[in-house]
Design a protein. Structure first.
Length: 95
């Protein structure tokens, strides 16, 4: 039973990670997306601090890590909430 829960959790994280990569990769204002699981780094055309500030003004908490925007969403984030946050991030990255 415990292994099944771990497998289910791992599968959910993989699906959410795929949503993030698919949504952000190639979007205007985004140079690259890297990371593993739900620890994601986004290299943006705009300075990362500007993107983070815009995201926070719109209710999305993210961080900077050197020259990247860093995402560390909760493992149990609902997919609709994740998609809403990704749209805010995409809009903040667009110059």
């Amino acid at each position: 039973m415990r292994k099944q829960k771990q497998h289910d959790r791992s599968h959910a994280v993989s699906e959410k990670s795929k949503i993030i990569f698919d949504t952000l990769s190639g979007a205007k204002g985004i140079e690259s997306v890297c990371g593993m699981g739900l620890m994601i780094g986004i290299k943006t055309v705009k300075p990362a601090a500007d993107v983070v500030r815009e995201c926070m003004e719109r209710g999305v908490l993210c961080l900077t890590a050197k020259d990247k925007v860093r995402l560390l969403p909760a493992l149990n984030i609902p997919v609709p909430t994740l998609k809403e946050a990704l749209e805010i991030i995409k809009n903040a990255c667009f110059c």
